[in-house]
Design a protein around this ligand. Structure first.
Ligand code: FAD
Length: 449
């Protein structure tokens, strides 16, 4: 009958529609971003191939006791060590904020049950996640992607060249998701006089244990959690630790439990005789300058001339930090923004990408996406925000996460978690140097809610 035919036709076109939008997708990297992206792509019916240059999954969370030959990480010929974890690292975010919406970071049997566990616990969690969603089968280990290039712009075809040992391959994909992490290539502070400062310098990327700092006078530069954690740790063995921060109005002040730590303003000048002079009027004859100054975005394999670039740590241009307007949705990036709740953001971004690829979610026109990016840049300039902060989400973190949630049609951020995050930032901000990791998060949730 007509009704039967109509219904069948509808079904057939529907099936055809979804089959037509089930793509072959290359995911570069098997860290948190690559894993959750592979899961979301699979759920959406895409065929994902995950390239991982390391021998195991987990990215940053795979601790490596080795450090690079150049302690500042500037020598282009050095062997690159991916992870920046130091031996004693415990998470700076409670486990309640480091799971996925349907797969919480729960306490494992015989595991580290603390709310801010050691790094091994995160790696165990990621291995469980990969096992439970059958992701290991999708990963090609020890295979590094060395070139990604669009071969046919009408059909969105990308060639991915990869290497293992001395062999290289090319394979064609309909989409590429870049999940290579952004905590490997050091950003070093540009301080007046640094070129001629004669003593030792290193970046936190190459810090593992405090022993090399025994009896040394150390100046640490940085404002982030690593700067505070590492300063505290090396103060246990160092003679003195001077923490220089670029936050405004910082006065020279002794602090901490060891009685050998000072906070200072920005560095005014580094003298050739080793003296470090701070803007607060004090100075110190230092043995080591320790840069805890973050990392650079680095995509050496991307060959998209004239369309995509990284300038002063601005990945340009990216619509909402994910899609290059001229190339999206077939090229996308997960985890570019910083100072945001990482795991939640990566899950939402990867859902958005997977659905944009299947056609369930439509992106605005190229022109509209470009205009949106331009408006973002304009607002930054108007507020005097430096270019290298383009992807620092900071205070607008909820707006960004809520916006992503709307795109993929999932509920906005849970109110309980929202309160928890606000409280966490407050605790860390007001008590940066006390033991915020001893905070009993579950108990706080019960009481506060
Ligand atoms: P990564 O974990 O870096 O993974 C990227 C993967 O891509 C790696 O496995 C790498 O080998 C692979 N890769 C790179 N290039 C290629 C290539 N060309 N071909 C093939 N494979 C490639 N976040 C939190 O939520 N809580 C915390 O407490 C926390 N603490 C942190 C502490 C430190 C010291 C650092 C550095 C980061 C911390 N983070 C924390 C942020 C952390 O980076 C994220 O949690 C998360 O690991 C980022 O995942 P990713 O997949 O984006 O990157």
């Amino acid at each position: 009958s007509g009704a039967y035919i109509a219904q069948n036709y509808r079904l057939t076109t529907q099936v055809y529609y979804y089959m037509a939008r089930s793509l072959k997708v290359a995911v570069i990297g098997a860290g948190v971003a690559g894993l959750v992206t592979a899961r979301e792509l699979q759920r959406e019916g895409h065929a994902a191939v995950v390239y991982e240059k390391g021998g195991q999954l987990g990215g940053t969370w795979v601790y490596n006791p080795r450090v690079e030959s150049d302690p500042l990480g500037l020598d282009p010929n050095r062997e690159i060590i991916h992870s920046s974890l130091y031996y004693s690292l415990r998470t700076n975010c409670p486990r309640q904020l480091m799971g996925f919406s349907d797969y919480p970071f729960s306490v494992r049997e015989n595991g580290d049950s603390r709310d801010f566990p050691r790094h091994e616990e995160v790696l165990n969690f990621l291995n469980d996640f990969a096992r439970d969603f059958g992701l290991n089968e999708l990963i090609r280990f020890n295979v590094e992607v060395v070139r990604v290039e669009m071969v046919d712009s009408r059909n969105d075809e990308w060639v991915v060249e990869s290497r293992r040992g001395g062999l290289s391959w090319e394979e064609v994909f309909e989409a590429v998701v870049v999940c290579v992490g952004h905590n490997t290539v050091p950003r070093v502070a540009d301080v007046p006089g640094i070129q001629k400062w004669p003593r030792k310098q290193l970046h936190s990327h190459n810090y593992r244990v405090p022993e090399p700092f025994r009896d040394q006078i150390v100046v640490t530069i940085g404002d982030g959690p690593s700067a505070h954690d590492i300063s505290k740790e090396i103060a246990m063995v160092a003679k003195e630790v001077h923490l220089s921060s670029r936050s405004p109005n910082v006065k020279a002040l002794k602090f901490g439990e060891q009685n050998n730590m000072w906070q200072h303003s920005k560095i005014e000048y580094l003298h050739e005789d080793g003296i470090v002079a701070f803007q607060d009027g004090t100075s110190v004859d230092a043995d080591i300058i320790f840069h805890c100054t973050g990392y650079k975005y680095y995509f050496p394999f991307l060959n998209t001339p004239g369309i995509f670039s990284v300038e002063d740590n601005r990945v340009g241009r990216l619509y909402k930090h994910v899609f290059p307007p001229q190339l999206g949705p077939s090229l996308s990036f997960v985890a570019v923004p910083s100072r945001v709740i990482g795991f939640t953001m990566m899950e939402l971004q990867s859902k958005w990408i997977s659905r944009a690829l299947s056609g369930k979610v439509l992106l605005p026109s190229k022109e509209k996406m470009l205009a949106d990016v331009q408006e973002h840049y304009r607002q930054m300039a108007e507020c005097g925000i430096p270019k290298h902060h383009t992807h620092v989400i900071g205070p607008q973190k909820f707006d960004y996460l809520d916006w992503l949630a709307v795109q993929v049609g999932v509920p906005a951020f849970d109110e309980q978690l929202r309160q928890l995050i606000l409280h966490l930032f407050n605790v860390v901000k007001t008590n940066a140097y006390v033991q915020y990791r001893e905070w009993d998060v579950d108990n706080w949730i019960h009481t506060a809610m």
